[in-house]
Design a protein around this ligand. Sequence first.
Ligand code: CTP
Ligand code: MG
Length: 231
Amino acid sequence: MNTDAGFWCVVPAAGRGSRFGADLPKQYMLVAGKPLIQWTLERLAAHPRIAGILVTLAQSDPCWDAMGLRLDKPLLRVNGGNQRADSVLAGLRGLPESVADGDFVLVHDAARPCIHPGDIDDLVERGLEAGGALLAAPLRDTLKRAAEDSRVQETESRDHRWRAMTPQFFRRGELQSALESAQRRGVAISDEAMAMEQAGFRPMLVEGREDNIKVTTPADLAIAEYLLQRE
Ligand code: CTP
Ligand code: MG
């Protein structure tokens, strides 16, 4: 197992940012003086348990080369796919051969720049024990189910409901098979844990910091800027 050498991290960054609605993909928006993806990658690379990073980029990526990013850890790039799960699968396939099937890998969205080292420590520690884990946060808001006309149909219990975040932490081979199986069955997969669940695994929910936000809209970018400037 690769516990001493550290773990590779796959970073899907091939999205278009359609909900963000800017001219460039949101991962290249400037936040506190740097492209958002640079914050994410520098934070990952600074973590002692991360051995290397593989980013998946859109084939027509407009910005990566111009950014000229250098990290003090190995940094690989491959082309992503149409859906996030396709990009993650492409990333797993592109990892160096030194990453064995039984080795654990992290998957972390480029769009989560505020990842904190302590969360990675917790995820790795609990994930190694549990055979796979993800960062998540218990739901805090009251949950409403909407009817077709946007009126409340009912209020649902918040108990035992969590919001899944990244990083997620699984064995390379198991995750790759789980994603391939979902792809063959034509099931839309929204995160790694979902693919693992469908393959019969029971990923461990590890409570992470609420400020590990995903930048989806311009309002999120403003929050990320605030958080990153404070640190
Ligand atoms: N991603 C990817 N390949 C895709 C789609 C998404 O690598 N085909 C990446 C995004 O770049 C992002 C992460 O997966 O870092 C999470 O996806 P999301 O927040 O949904 O980003 P986008 O898909 O770019 O945004 P949107 O859904 O609003 O278009
Ligand atoms: Mg998306």
